[in-house]
Design a binder for this molecule. Sequence first.
Ligand SMILES: Nc1ncnc2c1ncn2[C@@H]1O[C@H](COP(=O)(O)OP(=O)(O)OP(=O)(O)O)[C@@H](O)[C@H]1O
Length: 676
Amino acid sequence: MEGASETAEGRTWNRQTTQEVTDLFNDRIRRSLDDLAAVTGEAEDVRREEDFARGTACLTFQDVSFSLRSKLRQQEPKRSISFRTISGDGTKQILAPISGHYEPGNLVALMGPSGSGKTTILDILAGKKAPTKGTVHVNGRPRDYLWNRIAAYVPQDDSMFAHLTVEEVMRFHADLKMARPSRVTPAMARKQMEKTLQVFGLSEVRSSFVGDPALGARGISGGQRRRLSVARTIACGARIMFCDEPTSGLSATDAEQLMRYMRLLSHKYSVLIITSIHQPRREVARLFDELILLTSNPGRAVYQGPLDRLTGFMAEVIGHPIPVQVNPTDFCMDLITPGTKSARDQDFIKYYDEKQQEIINARVEEELWKERQTTIEILQAVREPMRVFGELPPLRHSKYGVSFWQQLKVVAYRQIRLRRRDKMHFLGDLIGAVAKAVIFILAFYEIGKKEAPLQSGYFFFVLMACSIDQVKTMPKVISERTIMKMETSEALYSEWAYIIPFTIMSLAQAIITHAVFMALMWPFLSYPASLFKYVWFWSLMVNIVMDSLYLMLSGIAKDATAAQVMSLPFLIIFMLYNGFTVTSVTCPKWLLWAIKISPVAYAMQAITVAASEICVPDGPSCGQDGLFPAIVAHFGYNLRPREVQTREALMVMCIISLLFRAIHVVSLKFLNNIRR
Ligand SMILES: Nc1ncnc2c1ncn2[C@@H]1O[C@H](COP(=O)(O)OP(=O)(O)OP(=O)(O)O)[C@@H](O)[C@H]1O
């Protein structure tokens, strides 16, 4: 198919039979694997596939730097601070200005000692972190809203849902990033995914759960998680990829296989891949085309250029020829790591500042003026060869690869699956509801036959139990949030596609478990059935409002401990000013607002008033002592007509709940972003 006219071929191919399309597709898959076997790191080891190497993107960055406001200045004596890292205005330089230009079809290694700013520069180039100064351009233009459609990022930590299989993780990403041509059947897509899994050595574990050692959920190994993290990103078909230490935790053989595939990808399809890596062995190092060497204190570039020129550079410029039997990257790292016995970082810096920087700056200036494809043109070009396999949906002018409905469908389906799989989550809730019901039955058995004041105590404790019921969900919601943040920062889906199904499902779960609690407990209380709807409804309302509170805090807080601490003032106000222990009669006037916003107070009032009407001396067993009217008066529940009270209670509870949920949405969108 190489070299043919795209439109002519496109028309011809579209007239092909389904069998021919399938054969073509399978042939491509097979050839990819054959090509991988040929990757050696020699020049021309990989042949560029012209048809599928369209839509190319180069990356240019100019004087990119990153600094932080430093607290060290106030804490440490001035002499102990390196003059190079803390400037006069108290900022700490993490990354000194660096410029560069990288062409498509290159595999670029980013190396440097720990803390030299490799992650920082990757984050800046990938658009995860704003630089303090400097600009990043793609094809000579600032990155636009379509950036995440052509770029992908593999972070250092592999945050994934424990209860998804390897295959499902892969499919989730592909379904949200790639539009599938009409004649590519699910079976064909699966075959392609299997190829990727095979390349990454994951075929054997394709049906295994990812797992999470922190949660005690068994799953694939750490190295397999790392490979999956890279594989799912690669499967998204990005034109520029950033990988933060993709080989960490991998065996030498696995690391080599991974980097060989990256070389294949970059050379065959003209993808630009920039990856940080810690001292690769010789066989891996030779797979890279370009090298960016950084040193630390502060992080700064000391060499930028082709990797195969490193040996000459070391001998001629630095005056340290690389011994034949020594790994060149190990040798370099020893020299550029400040503070070591063999450190020659100052020689590197001197040469870089005096000679190399000027050449790089001139190149960057020149490249920025060249006319290249816009992002939308890149996306159009990438689609063209795909027409071989059928029609594609219209190109979306959006940062997301698929429509909102498709995002919603894929994300909701995953959430349903996770809830179904994470049996302990739902079952735990159900068991909790049953246990709570048993405790209440033991404590309040036939409470309906007892004195009215004791019955008020029962109402109060039901509401208390419903108030703190959902507090346990916060740690889980926060850990899910981290994954969601990671995924939305990659523009896999919008926050709404996560929030809508999440809200519906957590609400449904709360309603079901609350109903179980109430239904189990009620028959043992000797209350008339007519009171059930009031106790059930108002305690459910309290449950829902408090659930919104915990969700809001889970969106705002940095971690679960912070969320629990932040919940205390709310719990004190809502649960102390509850119209029972503190009533509108006993409360100081200036604190009446606390009762006015407490959902527990409204629910307590509504249930007691309903009980006073149902539980009368001549009526059902409850309230035979005739004390309910006195209790209603004592707590000041009779100050306004019941309809007004009900309307006000519903309004306040709905407003508070909506307010909390709105803050939850805003915080999910804007707070706790990944690496900003
Ligand atoms: N937001 C931040 N707040 C505080 N310190 C930061 C921040 N970002 C970066 N740093 C500091 O900047 C330095 C460089 O960090 P970075 O993670 O980029 O280094 P690295 O080369 O990737 O390190 P490693 O190889 O250990 O992953 C480190 O000392 C780090 O603590």
